[in-house]
Each structure stands twice: as structure tokens, then as C-alpha cells.
Design a protein around this ligand. Structure first.
Ligand code: SF4
Ligand code: SF4
Ligand code: FES
Length: 359
């Protein structure tokens, strides 16, 4: 047994007062979980501490909180590790972010998380005609969606998503990972409709800023950011679906900029993102950015020469990289969730390795 100090963020909606911190010392074996610590504090000191939990085994996804500022499952976080990571050994527990707090450590998952999950039609829309018996699906296809199927809807990724913090309308990591779960499933007959619907939403695929927060936050290795990138590639590259968010064109402009120049020539990036210097879509934006450009020129950060021309041309090496990547017969996809080797080599998937060892 050891003693651990828990510093809990409390909020009582009925008191009309602000949220506050409250500390309790609990006594438990070091390998026991932060959730058990909170439950002990509730049983011994204050029966009004609000925490949502059920399975206590990292399966139901209900005990999502932030421990020492990091989102995760209270039942999966050991007291000794949390104490080692806390300031002066104190374990700070607060409710998840990006969702309204109902009471203490309980957030309103319905207001944000579930609403967004529902927006991606989170069920299979069966390909027609439905076979008389079961669908026979290539094994590697199911390996591909296993990672997104592992989601337990805990909301940890939503809690830490930087894009959602800035744009609450963003569909978000959990819902987009759920969207890939069906776009990657060969039994689903509405892949294109699903992707078109995501592409029509300005707060969809391209609002993600690749910050990796959701990847780190996820207790189940779902890699929501990776699923978002897959959706982008299937929508944009494979199906030629134009996204309403200018991020899609911006991404393309980056690639073409490097292809041409070898290094990033920033002055071209903005006009290219809007289809070129004279494109009607780009002109208003370029005119709008003139004051910033003039200011930068006055301060010597850019010159007219640099804006209109530059000495760089892509080197042979850069061209070779483009040729190697674009010359591949199939896109290389990594599913980092599935680990291990196939023991029966003859039964192994023939696609380029879609599985990889999880670190
Ligand atoms: S990688 Fe994208 S989806 Fe994930 S947390 Fe960052 S902005 Fe959000
Ligand atoms: S993707 Fe991971 S972090 Fe996000 S809700 Fe699912 S299990 Fe939780
Ligand atoms: S209580 Fe079920 S995941 Fe923690």
C-alpha cells in the first residue's frame, strides 16, 4: 500500500460558483488505477464526487478524463505512473476538454462527441444486392479497418483536438475515424456518397491540422489522424472529389511548389492554393493580403524580386523522389495497429505490407 494525493477539479452546476480544485489522499497499491483512487476518495471523503465509469477495464470508454493535463482513461492509468508524472507527486485529474462539463469530471459527450459521430452515419449501408448468406470479404480489407474498429468512443481524442478548439464545428477525430471504418469496408455500398458528404462540409477532412494530438491521446491505437489522411487520399486522389475546404488545394499547391522549385517558394503558395495568381477565386484573397505583403516589404522580409521570381529549380534528386513515390503501382498504406507476422506465408496478403509491427 502507498499513499497518493489526488487533486480533483470540481464543479457543481447547482452552486452557480466557479470550478475549483480539491485534494484527497488515498491509500492503494501503486499498480491500482487512478479511477480506483477517485472511487476510494468518493467512498471515504465525499460521496458527491462526480465521475463516470463502468467496466474498469479500458473497454467501455466511459471514464475519459485528463490526468496531469493528458487525456486518457482513468481506469487504465496506474497511480504510480500518474504520481511520477505529476507536479510534486500530486495527481491532477480534470474533465476532458472541448466538451461542456456537466459535473466534476463528467462531461457532456452528447453535446459534442455523439452528435458528431451521428453526423457520419455510423452504421453499414449494405452493398446491394445483399447476399443470401454472409458477405465474403477479403481478409486484408478487414485488417485495414481493424484499427478504426478498435475505437471505444471514450472521447480522449476529441478532448485534445487543437482544430476542434479553434473550430468547434470540425467533425473531429473520433467521428472521422468512424467514417473511415465504413469507407474502408467493402461491404458498405455508399463509399462515394459518404466521401462527397464529408467533402461538402467546410469543417470536415481539411480542418485537421496534423497536430498528432489525437494519435497520442487515443488509448486504443486508433490513430484518428491516420484515418483522416486515408479519407483524404481516397476522396481526392482516387475519386477526384473536390473538397469545399481550401485546405485540399493548399495541400496540392505545396506538392506542386516543391515539384517545381525543390524548396518551398512561399510567395507562390497562396496564389497556387487558389488556383493561380489570376484565378477569380484567388484574386480577392490576394488583394486582401496586399497590406500584409506591403508591410513585410517595408520591413525587408520580402522583396519584389523574391515575390516575382526566384533562383530555385527542383534538383535531380527531388525529381527522383517524386518519380519513386508516384511510380509505385499501389499506394503504400501502413496499418500500425495490427502487429505480428502471418505464420502461414502462403495465406499472407498479396498487397504491399498493410500491416506493420506496432512499436
Ligand atoms: S491531428 Fe487533426 S484530428 Fe487529430 S487532434 Fe490534431 S487537428 Fe485534431
Ligand atoms: S479514436 Fe481513440 S481516443 Fe478517440 S474516441 Fe476512439 S478510442 Fe477514444
Ligand atoms: S471504466 Fe470502462 S473504460 Fe474505464
Amino acid at each position: 500500500m502507498a499513499e497518493f494525493t489526488l487533486r480533483l477539479r470540481r464543479f457543481d452546476p447547482e452552486s452557480e460558483g466557479p470550478a475549483y480544485w480539491e485534494s484527497h489522499t488515498v491509500e492503494l497499491a501503486p499498480h491500482r488505477s487512478v479511477l480506483e483512487g477517485i472511487l476510494q476518495a468518493r467512498a471515504r471523503f465525499d460521496g458527491s464526487i462526480g465521475i463516470r465509469c463502468s467496466c474498469r477495464a479500458a473497454i467501455c470508454g466511459s471514464c475519459g478524463v485528463r490526468v496531469n493535463g493528458e487525456p486518457g482513461l482513468a481506469c487504465q492509468t496506474h497511480l504510480d505512473a500518474a504520481s511520477a508524472g505529476g507536479r510534486n507527486g500530486v495527481i491532477e485529474v480534470e474533465p476532458m476538454g472541448n466538451m461542456p462539463v456537466i459535473k466534476d469530471l463528467i462531461v457532456d459527450m452528447e453535446a459534442v462527441h455523439w452528435k458528431k459521430i451521428r453526423s457520419v452515419t455510423p452504421w453499414l449501408l449494405a452493398k446491394q444486392p445483399v447476399p443470401e448468406r454472409e458477405y465474403v470479404v477479403p481478409r486484408e480489407s478487414m485488417v485495414d479497418v481493424t484499427q478504426s474498429m478498435a475505437c471505444i468512443q471514450c472521447g480522449a481524442c476529441v478532448s485534445d483536438c487543437l482544430a476542434m478548439e479553434v473550430d468547434p464545428l470540425f467533425t473531429g477525430p473520433a467521428a472521422l475515424a468512424k467514417a473511415y471504418r465504413f469507407v474502408g469496408d467493402p461491404r458498405d455500398g455508399e463509399h462515394e456518397e459518404r466521401l462527397r458528404s464529408l467533402a461538402e462540409d467546410e469543417h470536415g477532412l481539411y480542418t485537421c491540422t496534423h497536430c498528432f494530438k489525437c494519435v497520442d491521446a487515443c488509448p486504443k491505437g486508433v490513430d484518428p489522424m491516420g484515418q483522416i489522411m486515408r479519407l483524404r487520399r481516397i476522396a481526392g486522389n482516387d475519386m477526384g472529389i473536390e473538397d469545399r475546404n481550401n485546405g485540399a488545394r493548399h495541400e496540392h499547391a505545396f506538392v506542386e511548389n516543391i515539384r517545381r522549385n525543390g524548396v518551398l517558394h512561399e510567395a507562390d503558395l497562396l496564389p497556387d492554393s487558389y488556383g493561380g495568381k489570376l484565378h477569380p477565386r484567388g484574386l480577392p484573397t490576394l488583394l486582401g493580403s496586399l497590406p500584409v505583403v506591403l508591410k513585410a516589404m517595408r520591413r525587408g522580409k520580402v522583396s519584389l524580386g523574391k515575390i516575382l521570381g526566384h533562383p530555385h529549380k527542383a534538383s535531380r534528386e527531388v525529381k527522383a523522389i517524386f518519380a519513386a513515390v508516384e511510380g509505385r503501382a499501389e499506394r503504400y498504406e501502413l496499418n500500425l495497429y495490427v502487429s505480428g507476422r502471418d505464420e502461414d506465408a502462403s495465406d499472407a496478403p498479396t498487397k504491399p505490407n498493410t500491416t506493420g509491427a506496432r512499436p
